[in-house]
Design a protein around this ligand. Structure first.
Ligand code: HEM
Length: 401
């Protein structure tokens, strides 16, 4: 059958109906329109692995300084995601050790306890709605441990994060632009105020947590200013919660729908790490990242103009057959897997060690405690586009007596 017109492929990317299974759309873009026009001509969508990696590695042409184009309730660019090298590199040098594999490992016992306790709360009922009951709270709890904050603040942080990312859900009229703006900016102001109050508290009595590290941190002998600390903390809420929630949902939804692959995990739990990497590639929950073109250039023969927005489509790049052997085959033992689900280059995910820890612990506890599971009969999971969160994931299993 002939492919649909390519312009519709770029539209389908933003359509919730296509979010459950975007691979056919990715394939259309890779094969026929690797530098496509975004809906409403808002810029370009770049799909091929080689081109996406080139853009990620050349921030002087593809800048991350997009804060004025994307309203996320901020007063300044978020650090380090919305600034370019060389400033960004100085922050990464400071922050990378705070997020090292070794430092994150300290959080493992707490994350494991939280995962087990969430599962215990619904295990006997033989069913759950995975997103609300597991995938949303677990990363929120990990975030609170990282910052040394009380668990009672979980619902506040979830509400603030949603106020920024999906303010429509909190609006009386989801089409009222003024109301949406005010919800988002109120959430932003509350985040700044919350962390502003915490800074002097941790300065006065430091602990073993991220905020204590930030208040005593220096770059070239100069302590971070209050604004810098706030701009780092603000990003943590947006970068570290929904991404893990979305990945947990995509992973478990895939395994629920593919019993053969699920059986592999039960029979050989040592495959969990390979499964996580392969499903990060296949599902790519953060489907794309934005950049702004700084100078006239071209990609794959298509001209791009200075000032134009581009979307680097990580999801499509991750199934590009020029990079991945049998790209459409989900293989937990894939020998070479240079997926870019965490990005690449200067802005590669700062939290990838924490993310991998959360995912591994969650999958280990889940498969140790829950018997084989499936999508609840007669129900259909629903996905969101952009960040592919499985917003509704009803699961069931036979409860042990
Ligand atoms: C599976 C979960 C996650 C995925 C798929 C993911 C994905 C990504 C991607 C694709 C980028 C690159 C953005 C760009 O190039 O513009 C990124 C950057 C970032 N991520 Fe993650 N992320 C995850 C979890 C986390 C967690 C748990 C944290 C915090 C603890 C975090 C913090 C960050 C930060 C701070 C950046 C910006 C880095 C910079 O600009 O230098 N992420 N992430």
């Amino acid at each position: 059958m002939a492919s649909p017109p390519t312009s519709s492929a770029s539209h389908r990317l933003f359509d919730p109906a296509g979010a459950a299974c975007p691979h056919a759309t990715y394939r259309d873009l890779l094969d026929t329109d690797p530098v496509a026009t975004m809906p409403l001509s808002q810029g370009a969508i770049i799909s091929r692995y080689e081109d996406v990696v080139f853009a990620l590695r050349n921030p002087e042409i593809f800048s991350s300084e997009v804060s004025e184009k994307l309203d996320l309730g901020t007063e300044r660019p978020m650090i380090p995601q919305q600034i370019d090298p060389p400033r960004q590199t100085r922050y990464r040098k400071l922050l990378d050790p705070f997020f090292s594999r070794r430092r994150m490992k300290n959080l493992e016992p707490a994350i494991r306890r939280n995962a087990a306790s969430l599962i215990e709360s619904f295990l006997e009922s033989g069913q759950c709605e995975f997103n609300q009951q597991f995938a949303i709270p677990l990363p929120g709890q990990a975030f609170l441990h990282l910052f040394g904050l009380p668990m009672e603040d979980l619902s506040l942080f979830l509400q603030l994060k949603n106020g920024i990312i999906r303010p429509q859900q909190q609006a009386a009229d989801p089409f009222d632009a003024a109301e949406i703006d005010s919800i988002r900016s109120r959430a932003g102001q509350t985040i700044y105020a919350y962390f502003s109050e915490l800074i002097p508290i941790r300065r006065a009595s430091p602990r073993e947590d991220l905020m204590s590290s930030l208040v005593s941190a220096e770059i070239d002998g100069t302590p971070l200013s209050e604004e810098e600390i706030l701009d780092i903390c603000y990003l943590q809420i947006l970068a570290g919660l929904d991404t893990v929630t979305a990945t947990l949902g995509c992973l478990i939804a895939y395994l629920a729908a593919n019993p053969e692959q699920q059986r592999r995990i039960y029979e050989q739990p040592s495959q969990i790490e390979g499964a996580i990497e392969e499903l990060l590639r296949w599902e790519t929950p953060v489907t794309g990242v934005p950049r702004i073109v700084t100078q006239d250039t071209e990609i794959a023969g298509t001209p791009l103009r200075a000032g134009e927005m581009v979307m680097l489509l990580l999801g499509a790049a991750n199934i590009d057959s020029n990079e991945f052997d049998e790209a459409e085959n989900v293989d937990f033992e894939r020998s070479r897997n240079r997926h870019i689900a965490f990005g690449a280059g200067h802005h590669r995910c700062l939290g990838s060690h924490l993310a991998r820890l959360e995912l591994r612990v969650a999958l280990e506890e889940w498969h140790a405690l829950i018997p084989p599971y499936s999508i609840r009969a007669g129900e259909v999971p629903t996905y969101s586009p952009g960040i592919r969160e499985v917003q509704y994931l009803p699961l069931s299993w036979t409860a042990r007596r």
